[in-house]
Design a protein. Structure first.
Ligand code: SF4
Ligand code: SF4
Ligand code: SF4
Length: 206
């Protein structure tokens, strides 16, 4: 009975991990949450395929999230997890490998190599930008930004010649507070890749 109870607790823990990972939309973020929670809890370190595999997989997943990954990282994640699935001593290691392998099947997973995260959950792959035509220069975003990443001057009725509000990307921590307060749909979340490509085209034309 005590053994059964222990098994149940272990099962619940793995289920909880999956539930937490499933709260994310991005398959790479789901994988990171799963492996992080697994490493922090149930992973006991008794067998090499699971312990080494989980740590190594995490390193590769982080590279995808940070925008530093290559095709080789995805190949390695697949290889490691396939090995974990077969050679791990217990179901916990196998379940972890299975979950991550399922995520790698989504095209959004490999899409991170080219700098896209369609769910906008990986901050290295997104940027907040201000659409000048929509901006009324109310200054609400300026007040909301705790990182001093927005430049611009609030509109005063008796003055003219304002500069458009702008987000200084180097300072922006992607917290998303500005977009919440803008009532004029003047702040947009875009793919970081989209901006880089536009800049490159602009540079070629000039
Ligand atoms: S597969 Fe099981 S026994 Fe092996 S390290 Fe992972 S949790 Fe421990
Ligand atoms: S909150 Fe919106 S409209 Fe107001 S200054 Fe910022 S971007 Fe412009
Ligand atoms: S996302 Fe956060 S840090 Fe970036 S400009 Fe908006 S409020 Fe500032």
């Amino acid at each position: 009975m005590i053994q059964e109870e222990k098994e149940e607790i272990k099962q619940v823990k793995m289920k909880d991990i999956q539930a937490k990972a499933d709260e994310k939309k991005c398959p790479v973020q789901k994988s990171l949450v799963f492996v992080d929670e697994f490493l922090a809890g149930p992973m006991c370190g008794r067998c090499f395929p699971c312990s080494f595999g989980s740590y190594e997989t995490r390193i590769r997943i982080k590279r995808l999230i940070d925008g530093n990954a290559t095709d080789e990282d995805i190949e390695t994640i697949n290889k490691i997890c396939s090995h974990m699935l077969v050679a791990s001593f217990c179901k916990k290691g196998k379940d972890t490998a299975k979950y991550i392998l399922e995520q790698t099947d989504y095209k959004e997973f490999s899409g991170h190599i080219s700098g896209t995260c369609p769910s906008s959950e990986c901050v290295a792959h997104i940027k907040y930008v201000i659409i000048p035509e929509n901006c009324t220069m109310c200054g609400d975003c300026l007040d909301a930004c705790k990182d001093n990443a927005i430049i611009g001057e609030k509109k005063k009725p008796y003055l003219t010649g304002y500069l458009t509000f702008e987000i200084v990307q180097k300072r922006c921590t992607k917290c998303g507070e500005c977009i919440k307060v803008c009532k004029y749909e003047a702040i947009k979340l875009v793919s970081a890749k989209e901006i880089t490509e536009k800049k490159a085209v602009g540079a070629q034309r000039s």
